[in-house]
Design a protein around this ligand. Structure first.
Ligand code: NAP
Length: 316
């Protein structure tokens, strides 16, 4: 069986593979999969179902998240494979490229599958490669929503996230603009990024918030309190840099555990996130079809409770 065929079978068909010892990997449709941390679907805002393992479309742009990718055909292939593999949550932002990530998504996938949720963001400007500057002025955000709608060829954005709270603009004013866009039918749900529980509470006074996107992974749990808040309030928590971003996850003990479970470190890190919380919606990014297939197979990684204890102890 080819690697592609194997992945198609395990991902779509729900095959079960026993990988020796006490550990079972790539199990699907088994009763154990119904335990809370591994339930595969989450309802954003209570009414928008998404498969919990999503895709981050920041890495399909050029170097420094700037401009077009060197191989545009490859970027389109990655996006089409994302959907083939059953992903129905794609995260992007007007700032990725800028503009090119949203444009590539539309080029690759429009007309969109009915169940596809595209989550975009506004509120960060790009003066140059690698540079990110907040702008939360209401008139700017209003224009951002209009432009994302055009680039994505949508009439309504399912999830619009405020990319950053601008320290120069009261949060209430920025969110007030998004509330107006929501009332006009141009946004379905609103999310925040890099926020504390106190900031979510403040935002909630302006409009309902359904998701939070903060940096979080097995080696970086700085936003643990925000995750706990999201669990309590049933908000989706989309960890960015779920596999450590550019730097990756350099941890010898984690690598040893992954080897024992016949998985890659990236797969173990993604499986741990899904196991960690039922509100967790990881959005790993890649510019490679091979990496994408490896990452998506992580949803099938299945460990025993003792194995999870070992991995939990490695999470810092
Ligand atoms: N809200 C925010 O402020 C914010 C900030 C950053 C990112 N995000 C979102 O979060 C998403 C994910 O974050 P991220 O891209 O920074 O971090 P990430 O998903 O943790 O890591 C992506 C990096 O890992 C590499 N990679 C992916 N799969 C791999 C594999 N199987 N084996 C080895 N390397 C692999 C990618 O390189 P290759 O391309 O070579 O695979 C890329 O360099 C982004 O796409 C974006 O949607 C949001």
């Amino acid at each position: 069986m080819t690697r592609r065929k194997f992945l198609d079978t395990t991902l779509a068909g729900g095959a079960t593979l026993i990988a020796g010892g006490s550990t079972m990997i790539f199990a699907a449709n088994s009763p154990a999969v119904t335990e809370p941390g591994t339930s595969s679907v989450f309802r954003l805002g209570g009414d928008l179902p998404v498969n919990r393992l999503g895709f981050g479309a920041m890495r399909i742009t050029g170097e420094g998240i700037w401009g077009w990718p060197a191989d545009r055909g490859n970027a389109l292939k990655v996006l089409r494979r994302v959907v083939e593999l059953g992903v129905n949550l794609i995260d992007t932002a007007d700032a990725y490229g800028p503009e090119t990530s949203e444009l590539l998504i539309a080029e690759a996938l429009h007309p969109y599958p009915k169940d596809l949720v595209i989550a975009t963001k506004g509120g960060l400007t790009r003066p140059g490669p690698g540079q990110w500057v907040p702008n939360g002025r209401p008139e700017y955000l209003t224009q951002c929503v209009e432009k994302s709608l055009k680039r994505l060829r949508l009439e309504r954005i399912d999830l619009y996230q405020l990319h950053r709270i601008d320290p120069k603009v009261p949060m209430e004013e920025s969110l007030g603009a998004l509330k107006k866009m929501q009332e006009a039918g141009k946004i379905r749900h609103v999310g925040l990024s890099e926020v504390s529980p106190e900031e979510i509470d403040r935002a909630h006074k302006v409009l309902p918030i359904v998701s939070v996107q903060n940096q979080y992974n097995i080696g970086n749990r700085r936003w643990e309190k925000t995750l706990t808040y999201c669990e309590k309030e049933r908000l989706g928590f989309m960890p960015w840099s779920p596999i450590g971003g550019n730097r990756g996850l350099n941890d010898n003990a984690l690598e040893a555990a992954a080897r024992d479970y016949h998985a890659s470190v990236v797969q173990l890190a993604l499986a741990w996130l899904l196991h960690r919380s039922p509100v967790m919606l990881p959005i790993p990014g890649t510019s490679s079809v091979t990496h994408l297939e490896e990452n998506m197979a992580a949803a099938k990684l299945k460990l025993t409770p003792e194995d999870w204890k070992r991995v939990d102890a490695l999470a810092s």
